[in-house]
Design a protein around this ligand. Structure first.
Ligand code: IPE
Ligand code: IPE
Ligand code: MG
Ligand code: MG
Ligand code: MG
Length: 298
């Protein structure tokens, strides 16, 4: 909360929009999950709460820029946050990054057990597609968004990036810069780019500027995550830090060093902001989001 109050002084519109996105996502997901007396729905809700909701915010803000009714797009923000939450629940499993702490609370497999974490993750992935179907937007946009999400979250997207991330831990030779960039673009970048492209897609408008913004933002976002692993403290970040180097993770920090990684992230943020020039002052909140992505402390 300390970070958010600091943020409010620094960029009031962005902080308010991020908070509103988190509330919207929580409401959409709470309304869609059906409680049946088992642990799975409870674990699903638990896993979707307490994050920054950056991806949901990006959906809502991109939609606002294109004049899309915020109510109709709310389930789309919920959909991407459900997909993201599933990726985190599985990322934390003992067979992946083996983490006990997420968003300042025990990870799902620690609070319940591994089977619950695997199944809640699976169900969150299914929920994500259900939410796209529930959105009151043109059918053509729904089909396109579901198709793109399947690609961006699947073996050629986030899952492929996660597999490359794990493989790199035991690779004989360190990855090159372009290999690391490719890995991170899949692992983190694709869900972020999907989020920024959602608004123009629903409005049947040109996705190019927001896609390019999302691509640069996604890369900067993952670099900042890797920097936080070195510089952050667990109490503030809400997850274990200082793990990537020991685990042999291939990151920008491992290749470029801390300052080199920060410089690259700052370049990417400038690039992301430049991509928004066609929207004029209307894109100020998204520009602030780009600054936030590398200035954040959690
Ligand atoms: C963490 O994502 C995992 C990465 C892709 C780096 P976030 O930093 O967006 O996590 P939450 O949703 O705010 O907890
Ligand atoms: C995970 O990246 C990205 C996902 C696809 C979930 P990290 O493993 O670096 O994310 P954190 O640091 O655990 O949040
Ligand atoms: Mg990981
Ligand atoms: Mg991890
Ligand atoms: Mg990380």
């Amino acid at each position: 909360m300390a970070m958010l109050s600091g943020l409010r002084r620094w960029m009031p519109d962005f902080a308010a929009a991020l908070k509103a996105a988190a509330d919207t996502v929580d409401n959409v997901i709470a309304a869609a999950v059906r409680f049946d007396g088992t642990d799975i729905p409870e674990a699903m809700i638990y896993a979707t709460k307490g994050g920054k909701s950056l991806r949901g915010f990006l959906v809502l803000e991109g939609a606002r820029l294109h004049g899309v009714d915020p109510k109709s797009v709310a389930p789309i923000a919920g959909a991407i946050e459900a997909m993201h939450a599933y990726s985190l629940v599985h990322d934390d499993l003992p067979c992946m990054d083996d983490d006990d702490l997420r968003r300042g609370r025990p990870t799902v497999h620690c609070k319940w057990d591994e089977a619950t974490a695997v199944l809640a993750g699976d169900a969150l992935q299914a929920l994500s597609f259900e939410l796209i179907m529930l959105a009151e937007i043109p059918d053509r946009a729904k089909v396109l968004m579901a198709h793109m999400l399947a690609l961006d979250a699947g073996a050629s997207g986030m899952v492929g990036g996660q597999a490359a991330d794990i493989a790199a831990e035991t690779a004989d030779t360190p990855l090159t810069l372009s290999q690391i960039e490719g890995l991170q673009a899949k692992k983190t970048g694709r869900l972020i780019e999907w989020s920024t492209a959602a608004g123009p897609r629903i409005a049947d408008a040109d996705e190019t500027p927001l896609r390019q913004y999302g691509r640069a933002l996604g890369l900067a976002f993952q670099i900042a995550d890797d920097v936080l692993d070195v510089e952050g403290n667990a109490a503030e970040v809400g997850k274990a830090v200082g793990k990537d180097a020991g685990a042999g993770k291939a990151t920008f920090v491992s290749l470029l060093g801390l300052q080199g990684a920060k410089d690259r992230a700052a370049q990417l943020v400038d690039e992301a902001r430049d991509r928004l020039s066609c929207y004029g002052d209307d894109a100020e909140t998204l520009k602030e989001a780009a600054r936030f992505v590398i200035a954040r402390r959690k």
